[in-house]
Design a protein around this ligand. Structure first.
Ligand SMILES: [Cu+2]
Length: 352
């Protein structure tokens, strides 16, 4: 650049300065937090802490193999069966309550901790063929209790021009039970339930991620790449397959206290390695007991609302809702199809 352009360059850059500082990340906007099902989406300023509660409801129903939805008849035809018996998982309802906390010792580091409590209910159709007669029935199982806790941190590496970038690293702890039992009619006694009905993974788990947020005056977007890897085999002699998630969202404030969002969630997860020692259900009879029909991939789309109280008793309280449904899913072997996920969350930050 020759010297005669210097005054022009200085004038332009000084004119841009107010715009740049105005573009600093504003944590006081409803859309400064991601849609509520995204965790580890934001960091906090030094000495700030936050309490959070999330409720998640998830429903799965019907069978699928690969990308095809199967009718009950088609699904039974895919189960090899043994001794004339076949069990087809048919419906599952999961509810999860998650308590979370965040604390930022510095502007760059935010510590996080979370503990879930889940209830799972599964219904299966049974079919028994004996001497040419087929008897149909239904069986139900239910479990509830705490799941795997997580502790870790988010480390912010960039915060300028409305961009915020941080790394996520959470260690999952095997606090959830992996030996849940219920009455199994085919065995006429209580026995260990299949993998999907257990409350925890039984393993220490690494959950790394990277999160980018970008805020403009009238809207914002964000993206997160995250994963889960079991570090050790659990007491039952297996470990869950690893999982990768790629999430992207866009949000728009519609009032100083509200924003709406759309999001896309792509996830990939692999089969279970090993098999549960105490699981007496035959995988030939019930595919839920088959560690090799657990993997898959799914694309969910979500719509959400974030509310942020601006005055009076609700000042600083966040309330958010999100509904997600799959638009594409491909499952290894015979598995239950996901129907929807609904999340409600409350968050409140203090101090700072
Ligand atoms: Cu927070």
């Amino acid at each position: 650049m020759s010297l005669r352009f210097l005054p022009v360059a200085l004038a332009v850059s000084s004119a841009c300065l107010p715009a740049l500082s105005a573009a600093h990340y504003d944590g006081g906007r409803a859309d400064s937090h991601a849609p509520i099902s995204v965790t580890g989406d934001h960091t906090h300023g030094a000495k700030e802490w936050m309490l959070a509660y999330r409720y998640m409801g998830m429903r799965m129903s019907g069978a699928r193999s690969g990308t095809d939805s199967l009718s009950t008849e088609e699904a039974f035809a895919e189960i090899p069966g043994a001794m004339g018996m076949k069990v087809l998982p048919y419906e599952m309802q999961m509810e999860m309550h998650m308590i979370g906390g965040m604390y930022a010792p510095t502007d760059n580091l935010t510590l996080v901790a979370m503990l879930p409590y889940a209830t799972k209910e599964m219904t299966a159709k049974t079919r028994m063929t004996m001497m040419g007669n087929t008897m149909e029935g239904e069986t139900e199982a239910e479990t509830s209790g705490i799941g795997d806790a997580g502790i870790g941190g988010l480390y912010k590496v960039l915060d300028e021009d409305g961009y915020r970038l941080h790394f996520n690293l959470v260690l999952g702890l095997p606090t959830g039970s992996i030996e849940e039992e219920d009455y199994i009619p085919m065995q006429q006694q209580d026995a260990q339930l299949p993998y999907g009905m257990q409350l925890g993974s039984g393993s220490y788990e690494l959950r790394p991620g990277v999160t980018l947020n970008k805020q403009y005056a009238s809207w914002s977007w964000g993206a997160q790449l995250s994963g889960r890897v079991a570090l050790d085999e659990n007491d039952q002699g297996y470990k869950l397959g690893s999982r990768k998630n790629l999430t992207a969202w866009a949000a728009k404030p519609v009032a100083p206290w509200a924003s709406v969002s759309v999001a896309a969630y792509q996830s990939w997860w692999s089969d279970i390695h090993g098999s549960a020692e105490d699981l007496t259900i035959n995988p030939l009879v019930n595919p839920a007991a088959d560690p090799e029909s657990k993997g898959g991939r799914r694309l969910d789309l979500g719509v959400g609302v974030n509310l942020l109280g601006k005055q009076g008793a609700v000042k600083g309280h966040r309330l958010a809702f999100e509904y997600k449904a799959p638009v594409q899913q491909s499952l290894n072997g015979l598995q239950l199809e996901n129907d929807y996920v609904f999340v409600v969350g409350w968050q409140k930050a203090f101090g700072g």
